[in-house]
Design a protein around this ligand. Structure first.
Ligand code: TK8
Length: 350
């Protein structure tokens, strides 16, 4: 793993040098070339994600790429990298801040290391439906969070959808919090997740996504939690026996661009990139919801026991994690959390 990281760093540095050399020899944007022709600068967007190329997120990136390359008449090239080829979520966000990578699309959870207000998304049982969740993120409070990223060197282009997270493990069928006792669960690198898995009596271990499959295979952890498309498409049925549809957290993805890169883009290309982010978002959400519906059966067909909770059991999970909500309300800012809850309430009653 260490070697891999070194390699990634070396590759990033090399590509930075190549990019710099490329920039200095190219005529600056729109300038008259020597032959008197107007040459335009070319831009390369490297977009990296942790998930594999079967996931709706990658399909979304393909749409993002197609739109940008077509609308920019080839002035922008978009290169896609899946399966943590460019690093994990936190490493890629850092690369964006440095300007050595242009785009990534993490779950909101690791962004809390940059701005803890993103912790609101990690509060258990917050959004009643996917529609309320996407209305919320697309609304003024969601936008405010994206705007706040600028001072951290990131441009939040749009929210895509990861979806409701569910528990898998290979020890026993989980129906109540009681069944969680002692299970070693990989969580995202996020304080709220750690806290509520502890509240449930589990033994949570934060870990980058790219290390998860092997950790389950080798028994380093008993289980993990992710939305249905991820569980299915990352082949977790090969290493996990039980899925419980807990739906404990709704995860948005946040499509991020390096601010250094964004600031260097001419306005017409910025507009194309922003438009592409929205068009791809709508399609990514549609595919994600379609897969979520279809693939629960896929998990059964792949040999997993898939357990749906009764409303009473769901309630037990909610009660067992309510201490986390109380605790992090203060950590995030009580007034802000109240404002968020009121907005979700309003959207739910529409
Ligand atoms: C992919 C991650 C992943 C997330 C996780 O890079 O870490 O479990 O759900 O999808 O962002």
């Amino acid at each position: 793993m260490k070697k891999m990281k070194k390699l990634v760093v070396v590759m990033l540095v090399l590509s930075l040098i190549v990019a710099m050399v490329g920039c200095s020899s190219a005529p600056s944007n729109g300038e008259q070339g020597e032959a008197g022709s107007v040459e335009q600068e070319k831009y390369v967007i490297r977009a990296g994600i942790g998930l594999n190329d079967q996931h709706p997120q990658y399909k979304g990136l393909e749409i993002f790429k197609e739109y940008i390359e077509r609308e920019s008449d080839g002035r922008v090239e978009v290169q896609l990298f899946h399966s943590s080829q460019l690093g994990d979520d936190i490493q890629m966000m850092e690369a964006l801040q440095l300007g050595s990578q242009e785009v990534t699309c993490p779950s909101s959870a690791p962004i809390t290391s940059i701005d803890k207000r993103f912790m609101i998304f990690d509060l258990p049982f917050l959004f009643p439906t996917e529609e309320v969740a996407s209305d919320f993120v697309d609304g003024p409070l969601g936008q405010e969070l994206l705007d706040g990223l600028e001072e951290h060197g990131l441009v939040g282009l749009a929210y895509w959808e990861n979806g409701y997270r569910h528990l898998t493990n290979n020890v026993r069928e989980v129906k109540t919090p009681e069944d969680m006792k002692g299970l070693k669960i990989r969580t995202m690198e996020n304080q709220v997740h750690l806290d509520f898995f502890r509240a449930l009596g589990a033994n949570p271990t934060p870990m980058p996504f790219g290390e998860l499959f092997t950790a389950m295979q080798q028994g380093v952890v008993d289980g993990q939690e992710n939305p249905v498309p991820t569980i299915y498409l990352q082949n977790y049925p090969e290493v996990q026996k039980y899925t419980t549809l807990t739906g404990h957290v709704y995860s948005p993805f946040v499509l991020l661009m390096s601010k250094v890169f964004w600031d260097g883009l001419p306005a017409d290309l910025q507009e194309i990139v922003q438009e592409a982010a929205f068009i791809a978002r709508d399609e990514e959400r549609r595919i994600s919801r379609e897969y979520t519906e279809e693939l629960a059966d896929g998990l059964r067909e792949a040999g997993m026991t898939v357990t749906e909770l009764t409303p009473e059991q769901q309630q037990m999970f909610q009660e067992a994690t309510s201490s986390t909500v109380e605790k992090f309300k203060n950590e995030i800012g009580a007034d802000y959390v109240e404002q968020v809850l009121a907005e979700i309430e309003r959207l739910s009653n529409r």
